[in-house]
Design a binder for this molecule. Structure first.
Ligand code: LLP
Length: 449
């Protein structure tokens, strides 16, 4: 079946974004001012169409390769609803914790499409993965020993990948490179033979089915990804020779960047996937390993552009220096990326999309008690108190990295499609904030009691 690629343009807005006659931003057929009135602010809004389009673009790009699967990186954004949506699209899931695994299980996600990652998996995590039949992406030799022991104890077979360090460094923020020689993730290629020999001694309880490497996140160029595939192809050939078994799967990682601002020029998903599929076919052929199943592991590029955050603008502060701060009702607790990675975002006034006025030196300040809590520096919007501000590109690593800093309840999240908006994560309440608090008895006593 031919897959339609709907959205080849690289946009920082969700695919369904339009502006209605009142000049309001509309996502998934829902007027953002109505969403804010109904669900409150801050509000995370996820556009279902953008997620579907992203998955279809990956599928279309990979279609020249005989056998491939998208493994969505759940760390970008994972809820029960997202598991259901991605399952319905035939996508697999990369989980990195008991919590992510639990979410997938509760959603009824098929275990044979689950892959457990992580550089320090607990015995409980490994045991659950073996029990449900999820694949385990083994990070180090000690973990391999645990997998062997736990599989033996459960009298089950653990199907594993080895994560290797390819020694490749894409251009991105230092905190999110993962395939460089000194990485804390994965097995150095020099130690692969030793690990394979141990794995062979653990057969048949441990079955080595594949190899994996992930080089980093928000990378905008294709070359490092292709280099990674070449490294994996060679490593797979030596693995095949040493184990005498066919390598069934090669997981080339995720990391494709998205457009956060007009200065970002990422590759289109389709182009990335097509280049990856073609290079994989050629390198695997050259390495003599046939056509193992090709896995790609995108997180951000599936959900990032789908998400926007709606904030209500509060006070405008004008300083003698000419600096202007328009404070919004959220900030680093719902989006820690600007303060963590100096990430740049693009904002608009969702209730006055047709206004072309700009306000020089106006920054959007968060409401949290740190000077670094600035959501968009010099957004230069002509926004004022009461306006509804939308930030684009907040679908990935916002909800999943959010906190309760300053004892703030986390916002709600709605999924929008065809004019319907459904809550997929409820807004936290003040009661939620104190639910796990306990006061020792002695502190409850008055001094003279
Ligand atoms: N696979 C592995 C093994 C990963 O570690 C990651 C992301 C992915 C796949 C998905 O990468 P993506 O396609 O989303 O780039 N918090 C940071 C990003 C951390 C990425 C961690 N690993 C941020 O907000 O930029």
């Amino acid at each position: 079946m031919q897959i339609q690629v709907k959205s080849p343009n690289i946009s920082l807005r969700p695919s369904s974004a339009t502006v209605n006659q009142q000049g309001h931003l509309v996502i998934g057929g829902c007027d953002c001012t109505e969403l804010a009135a109904k669900f409150g602010t801050p509000l995370w809004v996820m556009d279902e169409q953008t997620i579907r389009d992203a998955v279809n673009c990956y599928k279309a790009g990979l279609s020249s390769y005989p056998d491939s699967m998208i493994l969505y990186g759940g760390k970008a954004f994972l809820t029960l609803a997202i598991c259901h949506l991605l399952d319905s699209l035939g996508v697999g899931l990369d989980v990195v914790s008991e919590g992510e695994l639990y979410t997938a299980e509760v959603a009824g996600f098929p275990p044979d499409r689950l892959y457990l990652h992580g550089n320090n998996k607990s015995e409980r995590e490994l045991s659950s993965a073996i029990a449900v039949g999820a694949r385990i992406v083994v990070d180090n030799i000690a973990e391999l020993r645990s997998v062997g022991r736990l599989a033996h104890k459960q009298e089950r077979r653990a199907r594993i990948h080895f994560r290797v360090i390819p020694g490749i460094q894409p251009v991105t923020h230092d905190h999110i490179i993962t395939g460089h020689y000194d990485s804390k993730f994965g097995i150095p290629l020099e130690q692969l033979d030793e690990v394979l020999d141990l794995a062979a001694s653990l057969a048949p309880r441990v079955e080595v089915i594949g190899l994996h490497a992930h080089i980093g996140s928000q990378a905008l160029e294709i070359a490092p990804y292709l280099e990674n595939i070449s490294v994996l192809a060679k490593a797979a050939a030596s693995m095949q020779a040493r184990l005498g078994n066919r390598v069934q799967e090669i997981d080339v990682g995720g990391g494709l960047g998205i457009k956060y601002s007009e200065n970002d020029h990422p590759l289109a998903i389709y182009d990335w996937a097509k280049a990856v599929a073609e290079h994989a076919a050629a390198s695997f052929h050259e390495a003599g390993i046939g056509t193992p199943r090709l896995l790609v592991e995108p997180g951000r590029s599936i959900v990032g552009t789908a998400g926007i955050t709606l904030y209500r603008a509060g006070h405008l502060k004008e300083l003698p220096s000419g600096m202007r701060y328009l404070a919004v009702d959220g900030g680093m607790a719902d989006n820690p990326r600007p303060i963590t990675y100096q990430a740049k975002y693009t904002a608009c006034i969702a209730n006055r999309m047709n206004s072309s006025d700009t306000e020089k030196r106006l920054s959007l300040a968060g409401r949290y008690c740190e000077s670094g809590d600035i959501i968009v520096k010099e957004a230069n919007l002509a926004a004022s108190a009461g306006d509804l501000v939308a930030i684009f590109g907040t679908g990935a690593y916002n909800y999943s990295m959010a906190s309760n800093y300053n004892r703030s309840p986390r916002p709600a999240c709605v999924l929008v499609a065809n004019g319907a908006a459904d809550i997929i994560v409820e807004r936290e309440s003040n009661e939620d904030l104190i639910r796990k608090d306990r006061v020792p008895e002695r502190l409850l006593r008055r001094p003279n009691e």
